[in-house]
Design a protein around this ligand. Structure first.
Ligand code: AHR
Length: 504
C-alpha cells in the first residue's frame, strides 16, 4: 500500500484561525435572495419572508460572515432603492446580470435576516457606477447613531439603533472589463484610497477590503495589486482574491489538483502585498480576503438559454457532484494552510447560485459541497499547526514543477475544546494510501470522531428527491497506538479525524 506521512509539532503554530475564513456570499443574482433566503408566502417562510428551512441549513454551515449585495450586481446598485416602504421601491434593470431587480429585499431586510440567522455582514459599496459620496452616505445610514439625514432615514425606516457594520468591500472586481465602471489600476487605487478615507471619517473603526484581481489569469494580475496597494495601502486592511475552478475537460485528476493553483495564487498575492510593504517601509501587513471561491462551470450552458430582463431566473445553478466536494475540501485545507495571511474567505455563494444549499417551492437540500464545508467550518476553529505532508505525487499541469501531491492535509488544535483535528483529502482515484503521524505530544488523547466523505462515483450528485446520495459516514481503519496515528485513506475520499483529551 502507498504511504504518506504528516509531520507536526504542537509548538509550531502557524496562526490563530480567523473564524471569518468560513464566510459566504449572498448576491442579488438569480435565486440567491429571492426564492433562496427570502420567499414571502412560502410555507417555510416566517412573517418577514425569511425561509426558515434555508436558515436551518445555513446554521449547519456555521457561517460567521456573509458578503452582500454583490458581486457584479453592486457595481450598478443604488442601495437607496432597497430601503423604505416596499410599495414605493422602484424596479430597475440590473445591467450585470441582465435581469429586473424589484428591490423588495434590500439593506434593512438583509440586516434583519443576518441578525436572525446569526451572521455578521460584509457590505460592498458601489465604486463602479457611483463613488465616494454614495459610499459615505451608505455608511452614514448604517453606522451613524442619529441626528443626520441618512441616519434619521434609517430610523424613519424603523431601525433606531445603528447597524455598526465593521467590514466593507471597496467595490467588486474593478479590474474586469465586464464590470460596470471598470477602471485602470491607478484610477481604482486612488478611488479606493479616497473612498476608504471618506468612510473612515464617518466611522474610524471599520475595516476595508480593496479589490484585487478577478482571477489568477487576468493579464493585469500582479501589476494590478502592486499599483492599487501603492495608492491605498494606508486606507485598507485586506486585498481581495477571487478564484473559480472547473472540470470542463473532464480530467478529474487534474481538476482535483486545482487547489495547487489556489496555493500558488495566495503565495503570489502575499508576495506583492509584502513588496508594497517593503517599498513603503510600512509596519502594517495587508491580509487577504478570499471573498469569492468555489467550483463554477456546470450551469454555463443552461444560463445561455435564459431570456434577459426576467426576475430572479435560475442563473448559475450548478449541481455539484462528489469530485466538486473533494475540491472544496482541498480548497478549505489550502486556506487553512495560509491562515497567517488569509483572514476572510467567502464560499460563493450561499443559496441556489453556485451554492451549497438549493431550494425549490417544496423544499431545501444540501448539495455535495455542503458537507466538507460544514465539517471543516464546525471543527476547524482554534489555531493551525504547521503541517508538513510527505505524500506520493502525480503529474499535473496545476502543480509546482508539474507535480501535485495525492494527499492534502492540515492539522488544527483547539485549546478551548481540547481537540486536535486532522482534515485530509486523498486524490488518488484507484488506490488506498496509509497516512500516519507521530503524535507522541498528545499522549493520553484518543480518537473521538472519524468522519469520511466518499462515493464510488465522482459524478454522483444530491437532488431534492435523493438528497443524501453523497453524505458523511462514520470512518473506519483509524488507530492511535504508541503515540502514532494511522489511518487508511480510501481512494477519492475526504476525512476528518478528531482527537480529544479529558479536560483537567
Ligand atoms: O459569484 C458570481 C460572480 O462572479 C460575482 O458576481 C462576480 O464578482 C464574479 O465574477
Amino acid at each position: 500500500m502507498k504511504k504518506a506521512e504528516l509531520i507536526i509539532d504542537r509548538h509550531f503554530v502557524l496562526s490563530d484561525i480567523d473564524k471569518r475564513l468560513y464566510g459566504s456570499f449572498v448576491e442579488h443574482l438569480g435565486r440567491c435572495v429571492y426564492e433562496g433566503i427570502y420567499q414571502p408566502g412560502h410555507p417555510a417562510a416566517d412573517k418577514h419572508g425569511f425561509r426558515q428551512d434555508v436558515a436551518a441549513l445555513i446554521r449547519g454551515l456555521d457561517v460567521p460572515v456573509v458578503r452582500y449585495p454583490g458581486g457584479n450586481f453592486v457595481s450598478g446598485y443604488h442601495w437607496e432603492d432597497g430601503v423604505g416602504p416596499k410599495e414605493q421601491r422602484p424596479a430597475r434593470p440590473d445591467p450585470a446580470w441582465r435581469v429586473i431587480e424589484s428591490n423588495q429585499f434590500g439593506l434593512d431586510e438583509f440586516m434583519d435576516w443576518a441578525k436572525q440567522t446569526g451572521v455578521s455582514p460584509m457590505m460592498a459599496v458601489n465604486l463602479g457606477s457611483r463613488g465616494i459620496e454614495d459610499a459615505r452616505n451608505l455608511i452614514e445610514y448604517t453606522n451613524f447613531p442619529g441626528g443626520t439625514y441618512y441616519s434619521d432615514l434609517r430610523k424613519k425606516n424603523g431601525r433606531s439603533a445603528p447597524y455598526d457594520i465593521k467590514l466593507w468591500c471597496l467595490g467588486n472586481e474593478m479590474d474586469g472589463p465586464w464590470q460596470e465602471g471598470h477602471k485602470t489600476a491607478d484610477e481604482y487605487g486612488r478611488l479606493a484610497e479616497e473612498a476608504g478615507k471618506s468612510m473612515r471619517m464617518i466611522d474610524p473603526s471599520i475595516e476595508t477590503v480593496a479589490c484585487g484581481s478577478s482571477h489568477y489569469h487576468m493579464p493585469t494580475f500582479g501589476e494590478w495589486e502592486y499599483t492599487v496597494l501603492s495608492h491605498c495601502y494606508d486606507q485598507v486592511d485586506y486585498i481581495s482574491m477571487h478564484q473559480y475552478f472547473d472540470n470542463r475537460r473532464n480530467d478529474s485528476q487534474t481538476f482535483l489538483a486545482s487547489s495547487d493553483l489556489m496555493d500558488q495564487f495566495i503565495e503570489a498575492v502575499v508576495s506583492v502585498c509584502d513588496a508594497v510593504r517593503a517599498k513603503k517601509h510600512a509596519a502594517k501587513k495587508i491580509h487577504i480576503s478570499f471573498d469569492e471561491w468555489n467550483v463554477w462551470y456546470h450551469s454555463g450552458g443552461q444560463d445561455k438559454e435564459i431570456a434577459p430582463w426576467s426576475q430572479h431566473p435560475h442563473l448559475l445553478e450548478d449541481v455539484y457532484n462528489f469530485e466538486d466536494a473533494l475540491l472544496v475540501a482541498s480548497s478549505l485545507i489550502t486556506l487553512l494552510r495560509h491562515a497567517d495571511r488569509v483572514k476572510i474567505a467567502c464560499l460563493a455563494q450561499l443559496v441556489n447560485v453556485i451554492a451549497p444549499i438549493m431550494t425549490s417551492d417544496t423544499g431545501a437540500w444540501k448539495q455535495t459541497i455542503y458537507h466538507p464545508f460544514a465539517l471543516i467550518s464546525n471543527n476547524g476553529r482554534g489555531h493551525v499547526l504547521q503541517t508538513l505532508v510527505k505524500s506520493p505525487v502525480f503529474e499535473s499541469s496545476h502543480g509546482r514543477n508539474g507535480i501535485s501531491a495525492y494527499i492534502d492535509a492540515v492539522v488544527v488544535e483547539n485549546d478551548d475544546e481540547n481537540a486536535l483535528t486532522l482534515f485530509a483529502v486523498s486524490k488518488h482515484l484507484t488506490e488506498e494510501i496509509e497516512l500516519s503521524c507521530d503524535l507522541r505530544q498528545y499522549a493520553g488523547w484518543h480518537v473521538d470522531q472519524h468522519v469520511v466523505l466518499h462515493h464510488e462515483d465522482l459524478k454522483a450528485v444530491n437532488t431534492e428527491n435523493a438528497p443524501d446520495t453523497v453524505a458523511p459516514q462514520a470512518g473506519s481503519g483509524c488507530s492511535f497506538e504508541g503515540g502514532r496515528l494511522s489511518v487508511v485513506l480510501g481512494r477519492q475520499s475526504f476525512h476528518m479525524i478528531r482527537l480529544t483529551a479529558e479536560k483537567v
